[in-house]
Ligand binder design. Structure first.
Ligand SMILES: [Zn+2]
Length: 490
């Protein structure tokens, strides 16, 4: 895009992650997703006057865990604040959040991008409560009535704010993927963007290339998948460049991404911090996080994506590329390790998981957790292949059948009579038959036309319905043709 040649994008992301605690952040109500509307509420999360919030210790631990994984400095003492605004999904008209004293600051995420490492600094990590959810009867524009569900009100949210270190929509998507993997590995968030347990807003501006001063930014909301983040940012950057090139100016505002029309449109002019009239939450004491507590959390830290990737290369001897793909999600890495446990040939296992299984799943937009083939079933198929019971070609066909029907490999092989033909006499009989049927290629081969050999192998594989042991078949055919050549070469 030549239009971007003289402009540089400046992107910062704000990610909201719902924490996987069983109860809400300031009351004992359940956080389970999908319950009937307003069935998981109490006076605290409904914002009744006179109630008192009590902080969920587990939510704090999850935030500490995340802060440690991101290499942040954790505040010894932080504080909650009231953020005021008026919206029907928040009955007390303020949200309990953190403002001037967040739980953690100054971390980093290192993104491996085309062979180089892009460092994105983390500005802050803080805790807050989620708000309720509005359901409109019809579309937002045409609805006569709206309903409100407070089940989500008070679910613990962790906000992770990056510095504006991201330069392209692709980097933004990569940052998000990386951050999501970390949160899922830590088991602090399920990372489900469609259900809204992971949400992303972006601050976007452009500036002339080579300058330092930041341009006026727009905040983009409502992007609920990696694909949409990338598309929305590309659209918005393009829009801002066009405005500037036509001599216009960018206004600071919040814009919504419309996934159907693939464009961003203005929602409201951006509030500034003072619009929220922040002040310290008087009903909660400041939160002290002694070093002993951090150390306690530190010993529970699981293996993180980067560490697991390095271990895969080391322990299994697979290429770094394979290790990166396989460790990108925790369930996928677990799946792979289970296959290898039952079939200890790591590179073969990696090929089948990455190419065949992920190929199928991606085609259907499904996750590894939806795989119709269990890891030990895939290992059983690879064992049949390794033992020579079935050929490589048949193995792929059996794989597809397993994927479609969920049946074990051995059952499919038995039911369909797919066992590889490795019986020498049977193969020789087949060769005689096929050679008799194709005198021309045989004669051509004798004259030195090597492609005829490939043709004859093809004809034989077809005659055996793909079941002939290819290695043995090759050997026998070559021997037979050599004999023929010598015998007839008078
Ligand atoms: Zn409650």
């Amino acid at each position: 895009m030549p239009a971007h040649a003289t402009f540089e994008a400046v992107i910062g992301l704000e990610v909201h992650a719902q924490l996987l605690t069983r109860s809400k952040i300031f009351c004992g109500c359940s956080t389970a997703f999908g319950a009937p509307p307003n069935s998981q509420t109490c006076p605290v999360c409904l914002g009744m006057p006179g109630v008192l919030p009590a902080l969920n210790r587990r939510a704090v631990e999850f935030a500490i865990k995340t802060a440690l994984a991101l290499g942040c400095e954790i505040a010894e003492r932080c504080r909650f604040a009231r953020k005021h605004y008026f919206y029907p999904d928040m009955p007390k008209n303020y949200q309990i959040s953190q403002y001037e004293l967040p739980l953690a600051r100054r971390g980093t995420i290192e993104l491996p991008l085309n062979g180089r490492t892009q460092r994105v600094r983390i500005h802050r990590v803080h805790l807050e409560e989620d708000v309720g959810k509005l359901l409109h009867a019809g579309t937002f524009q045409t609805a006569d009535v709206s309903f409100v569900d407070f089940n989500r009100s008070g679910v613990p949210l962790m906000e992770i704010v990056s510095e504006p270190d991201i330069r392209t929509p692709e980097e933004a998507a990569e940052y998000l993927r990386h951050l999501r993997a970390i949160l899922v590995y830590l088991e602090v968030c399920d990372g489900n963007m469609e259900e809204g347990s992971l949400r992303c807003d972006a601050n976007v501006s452009v500036r002339p290339s080579g300058t330092e001063e930041l341009g006026v930014k727009a905040e983009i909301k409502n992007m609920n998948s990696f694909k949409h983040v990338q598309k929305a940012l590309a659209f918005e950057l393009d829009r801002q460049v066009r405005v500037l090139e036509q001599g216009g100016r960018i206004v600071q505002e919040t814009r919504l991404w419309d996934a159907d029309q693939e464009l961003t449109f203005p929602m409201r002019s951006k509030e500034y911090a003072h619009d929220y009239r922040y002040f310290p939450e008087p009903d909660l004491v400041p939160l002290n996080i002694p070093k002993a507590w951090i150390d306690e959390v530190r010993v529970t830290m699981p293996e993180l994506p980067e560490e697991r990737r390095a271990r895969f290369v080391q322990a299994y001897g697979i290429p770094d590329y394979d290790a990166a793909v396989l460790t990108a999600s925790k369930p996928l890495a677990n799946y792979y390790e289970e296959v290898v446990k039952a079939f200890p040939e790591p590179k073969t296992a990696s090929n089948w998981v990455m190419v065949e299984l992920l190929g199928q799943l991606n085609k259907e937009g499904r996750e590894i957790t939806d795989s119709p083939i269990a890891p030990n079933e895939l290992a059983a198929l690879l064992t049949l292949l390794k033992r020579g019971t079935i050929s490589g070609k048949i193995a792929k066909a059996v794989f597809e059948e397993m994927y479609r029907t969920g049946k074990p490999a051995a059952t499919i092989v038995q039911e369909q009579g797919l066992t590889q033909i490795s019986d020498q006499d049977e193969l020789v009989r087949m060769i005689e038959q096929v050679l008799a049927q194709h005198p021309v290629p045989v004669a051509d081969y004798r004259k030195g036309k090597m492609q005829s050999f490939t043709f004859l192998v093809g004809a034989l594989m077809k005659a055996s319905r793909g079941k002939a042991n290819p290695k043995l078949l090759n050997e026998l055919l070559r021997a037979r043709l050599e004999k023929e050549a010598t015998g007839g070469g008078g």
